[in-house]
Ligand binder design. Structure first.
Ligand SMILES: Cc1cc2nc3c(=O)[nH]c(=O)nc-3n(C[C@H](O)[C@H](O)[C@H](O)COP(=O)(O)O)c2cc1C
Length: 201
């Protein structure tokens, strides 16, 4: 596609997403890797929340969470999710839709091990998305898991990654007079080649 150049150059949307994120890392005030993750519950009711994107591989986007959380239940039921990243400093967004599987092997162990001890223990202590009586109850749970797991906790079986394999990725950049630039990579399924289209703003 001859007219696609500059910030939209290249055929590989994963490389392009990595390059936009790298630019955002230099310009955002915090959390350039924050994504608004969207899921849908069993009744079809949508849901959204921020999580941190931890990896962009050659074929997937990976984030980490609690496998017993609301988002996890929604993901496992639908086996699909979407997310958007928006960088105010760059006036750009990236949208992704795809199928989701767990990332709970060595990659998840490695990422868990890279986190601070407090974060690792926090993952053990939090019953994410379930009601909490008060903060003291949570702190007591942190003390309990600290005594139980010590200074080298294993990754909890209920905590790990999700790998989103996209069927659609859209790159959007702000243009004058709201005439923004949009390019969409789309494929029927991950074994098909990408089709790239420019879209109206
Ligand atoms: C900037 C930001 C980053 C966050 N990153 C994560 C994350 O990486 N993983 C996670 O489980 N929750 C993260 N959270 C908390 C989630 O937004 C959410 O409160 C939590 O995961 C429970 O969501 P759920 O009840 O829909 O499962 C983050 C929140 C913010 C504001």
């Amino acid at each position: 596609m001859a007219e696609r150049s500059g910030k939209f150059a290249g055929e590989d949307p994963f490389a392009l997403a990595r390059s936009w994120l790298a630019e955002a890392e230099a310009s955002e005030i915090n959390d350039p890797n924050a994504i608004a993750l969207s899921t849908v519950d069993a009744s079809g009711m949508p849901n959204a929340r921020m999580v941190l994107l931890k990896d962009i591989t050659d074929d997937a986007f990976i984030f980490y969470t609690n496998y017993e959380s609301a988002k996890a239940q929604e993901i496992e039921q639908a086996q699909a999710a979407a997310f958007v990243m928006h960088w105010k400093s760059l006036r750009r967004q990236v949208r992704v839709r795809g199928t989701v599987v767990r990332e709970d092997g060595p990659r998840a162990d490695e990422y868990y091990a890279s986190r601070s001890l407090k974060s690792r223990l926090g993952a053990w202590a939090s019953k994410q998305s379930r009601p909490l009586k008060n903060r003291a109850t949570l702190m007591a749970e942190v003390a309990r898991v600290t005594a139980q797991h010590g200074t080298n906790p294993k990754r909890p079986p209920f905590w790990g990654g999700y790998r989103i394999t996209p069927v659609e990725i859209e790159f959007w950049a702000d243009g004058d007079f709201r005439l923004h630039d949009r390019y969409r990579w789309r494929r029927e399924n991950p074994s098909q080649p990408w089709q790239i289209d420019r879209l109206n703003p």
